[in-house]
Design a protein around this ligand. Structure first.
Ligand code: HEC
Ligand SMILES: [Cu+2]
Length: 360
């Protein structure tokens, strides 16, 4: 008797609460819109887009995503429609009797349907996804493709082209692939420290760079231009400034880029003072400049520093002013990065920057 009374009390309390499901949904939508507004307005976020594929693996993933979105979208529409219908049709009314509704046990047919249909949907999604994964992974590797070794470092990228004897950083140059001249780039992914992940959404899926476990991926970009990406695995404090820039060059552009990278570093006697500082301060231990005694590999290769548009893994423009500010104190741009502020005098910094800006 007592319990029944209690339940009845709870039931009437619930009915009195002024909660409207429709109002709740509208509030959620408005909240979501407000939260995402700054991101939508910031044009930098428009520069990567999984829905604009320009290379075969990215395109396969794009079609798979469309398929999965169609299936899950239809499920959402059906469920949401039923939910709205039920909340509206069976909403509380003033004329409702003041006691619990009749308690009914569920229907075996309905329960079977909503168990079996989702299982079928999941199996279909699983099979199509595995088919695409294997199609990308097992694609035959053409003999004349370009091979690049990518090494992830906290918090920058090293790119090695063993066939050309080139080492560079953060800005990957690859040739354009056309119907007449299909050109595939194969990346071997390594890590110097922790787990990183190479992700350029318009060109390919994301693949991790795991210490002591080489991974592979490939791309055949079909439109020239710059593509942006980023490390997609939290790898330490400056992970978010571990950006990637892929330059898809026409064959002529790519050849001239390769030729320039293969040249030894410019040795301009007018900046000998700056060069001397570089070679006598700790810079020499962490950076390589070919043709000099600088053979460090802890930081990016600086042999052709000025051939890059950015420094610090795509997070700072490569201008003399920013280069100067970077060398004075890298932490102003990337607090927590692994290059120390070297405590050079202003004059020494000017001289080092003058030297670095000759390295085309
Ligand atoms: C302890 C090792 C270390 C020392 C010493 C060091 N650097 Fe670095 N340097 C790095 C690392 C690591 C990076 C990459 C930072 C990042 O992007 O997270 C870097 C980045 C740079 C870059 C940007 C390169 C690019 O393409 O992004 C320049 C330029 C540079 N260092 C110049 C210097 C100069 C000049 C000195 C000496 C005054 C110096 N470094 C001393 C480790 C070092
Ligand atoms: Cu990383």
């Amino acid at each position: 008797m007592h319990v029944k009374k209690h339940i009845r009390k709870l039931w009437t309390m619930q009915r009195q609460r002024a909660f409207s499901p429709i109002r709740g949904c509208l509030c959620l939508l408005a909240g979501w819109f407000l939260v995402s507004l700054p991101a939508l307005a910031d044009t930098r976020f428009v520069s990567t887009n999984t829905f604009l594929p320009e290379s075969t693996p990215a395109r396969d993933i794009y079609y798979l995503a469309l398929f999965a979105l169609t299936v899950t979208g239809s499920v959402f529409v059906v469920v949401a429609a039923l939910l709205f219908y039920a909340t509206f049709k069976f909403r509380a009314r003033k004329t409702d009797p003041d006691h619990e509704p009749a308690q009914v046990y569920g229907s075996t047919q309905v329960e079977l349907a909503w168990t079996v249909i989702p299982i079928i949907i999941i199996v279909v999604l699983f099979l199509t996804t595995s088919r695409i994964i294997f199609a990308i992974q097992d694609a035959p590797q053409p003999k004349d493709d370009l091979k690049v070794t990518v090494v992830g470092h906290q918090f920058w990228w090293e790119f090695r082209y063993p066939e050309y004897g080139i080492v560079t950083a953060n800005e990957l140059h690859v040739p354009l692939s056309t119907d007449q001249h299909p050109d595939t780039t194969y990346l071997t992914l390594l890590s110097a420290d922790v787990d990183h992940s190479f992700w350029v959404p318009e060109l390919a899926g994301k693949t991790d760079l795991i210490p002591n476990h080489p991974n592979e991926m490939w791309m055949d970009p079909q439109k020239a231009g710059i593509y942006y990406g980023q490390c997609a695995q939290f790898c330490g404090v400056e992970h978010s400034k571990m950006l990637i820039r892929v330059y898809v060059d026409t064959p002529a552009q790519f050849q001239s880029w390769v030729q320039n990278q293969q040249k030894p570093a410019v040795d301009d006697p007018s900046v000998a003072a700056g060069k001397n500082i570089f070679m006598t301060e700790a810079c020499v231990n962490c950076h390589t400049i070919t043709g000099t005694q600088a053979k460090g590999t802890y930081g990016p290769d600086l042999t052709h520093l000025m051939s890059r548009d950015t420094i610090a893994s795509g997070s700072v423009q490569n201008t003399p002013a920013d280069l100067r500010a970077w060398i004075k104190d890298p932490a102003t741009f990337k607090p927590g990065c692994h290059m120390p502020a070297m405590q050079l005098s202003d004059q020494q910094i000017d001289q080092v920057v003058a030297y670095l800006t000759t390295l085309h």
